[in-house]
Design a protein around this ligand. Structure first.
Ligand code: SIN
Ligand code: CO
Length: 381
């Protein structure tokens, strides 16, 4: 993104200034962050997407206190006809997987690490619609598409929830700031900042969300990962056993030796890096890749990749650390030259045409092409 549009996106701040002043610290309202922004999808297309079984979607209907309603997709087209004129919203996750224009929106946020990216969510709301006052555990950029949404926000200690409601609604919401956002305006919110967005007119909002792993989840996933990698030979022995009068007792000797064995479990920083690479690139359970209907033979693929370049599928997640390349939950062991090019693929999302694609990379690239993780850049299948 050219420097002045990246500055405009952040209200005149450079990415470094934005990170130092606002990221994880305080909100930022930017008027005209994306001038002339017309959105990535219209309401009818969003409704059509919400009828697809591979798309994660929800409808939230506003109610009093706990009488809100949450419906989960996929929906029938008729579901939208019965919603009425006011007070409902449709939310679609992972729009960047399904719509190229939403995927392209992420380019503007390339100053943030891919490891932190979650997704682009779109919400269409009828007048009065919204998901109510809540906090998120994510950093989020709320980019306004067509229509007007009023945001009320506040930093509050009391995060108690309305009991019995079908979604997380703050019991007491005490907003301290309020703005109306129109097309192209954007509001950045750090995690745990209370907020409530209500549609003033029918409107579309894009939430560009950045996840942060929760330590509890990360720890249990790491232990599961480690489980497949820890090898222990042998079994407990007790040739020194003496007669007992309390056969029900769990013996101290058994506990001590088991504790000693378990205390020998070790892992290195390299293990942590490998785990993180796999864990953070693991596709969500709802994600499916579509392999090419009629895969090209390897040599034709190589020739076309060389001539046109390749690009990651919109759903692919790719990270690297040195020579270790992670794609969609798998670690790919590679030699140095191949790793250099694949780091460029992870950073840029595509690889330029050229002989390198043929010489050093054809093996992993061809396997990824057949799995639907990457595509040839042209309209070739
Ligand atoms: C919405 O778009 O209605 C909700 C987005 C959010 O509050 O995070
Ligand atoms: Co929110």
């Amino acid at each position: 993104m050219p420097r002045d549009s990246s500055r405009r996106l952040l209200g005149g701040a450079t990415p470094a200034q934005f990170l130092a002043r606002h990221w994880q610290k305080r909100p930022l309202l930017v008027r005209g962050a994306v001038p002339g922004f017309a959105g990535a999808i219209d309401a009818h297309e969003l409704m059509r997407l919400a009828c697809d079984e591979h798309v994660e979607s929800r409808i939230v209907v506003r109610g009093r206190r706990r009488n809100w309603q949450v419906l989960h997709g996929p929906f029938r087209p008729s579901a939208f006809r019965s919603l009425g004129e006011r007070g409902w919203t449709l939310l679609v996750q992972d729009l960047n997987h399904h719509v190229q224009a939403a995927h392209d929106l992420l380019r503007a946020f390339r100053f943030l690490p891919n490891a932190r990216l979650d997704d682009v969510m779109a919400s269409y709301a009828a007048p009065g619609g919204g998901v109510g006052p809540h906090v998120d555990s994510y950093d989020v950029f709320l980019l306004q598409g067509p229509g007007i949404r009023r945001w009320r926000i506040g930093r509050q200690r009391d995060l108690g929830l309305v009991q019995g409601a079908p979604l997380k609604l703050l019991r007491r919401f005490a907003p301290t700031q309020e703005w109306r956002l129109g097309p192209g305006d954007m509001l950045y919110l750090p995690p745990s900042y209370a907020h409530d967005g209500t549609a003033m007119t029918a409107c579309m909002t894009y939430s560009i969300g950045f996840r942060a792993p929760a330590w509890q989840e990360l720890t249990s996933q790491f232990l599961a990962w480690l489980q497949d990698r820890v090898k222990r030979e042998g079994l407990y022995t007790d040739p020194d056993l003496t007669p007992t009068h309390t056969p029900g007792r769990l013996g101290a000797g058994l506990i001590d030796r088991a504790a000693e064995q378990l205390a020998r479990i070790r892992w290195s920083r390299a293990d942590v890096s490998r785990f993180l690479g796999c864990y953070l690139t693991e596709p969500k359970p709802s994600v499916f890749f579509t392999p090419p209907a009629q895969a090209l033979g390897r040599s034709v693929f190589e020739r076309l990749a060389w001539r046109h370049g390749v690009a990651l599928d919109r759903k692919s997640r790719m990270l690297y650390n040195g020579r270790e390349i992670f794609l969609n939950g798998e670690l790919e062991p590679l030699d140095g030259t191949a790793a250099k090019h694949l780091r460029a693929l992870a950073d840029a999302g595509s690889l330029r045409p050229g002989p390198d694609l043929r010489v050093s990379l054809s093996e992993p690239l061809y396997a990824w092409y057949r799995a639907g993780f990457i595509h040839l850049v042209t309209g070739v299948p």
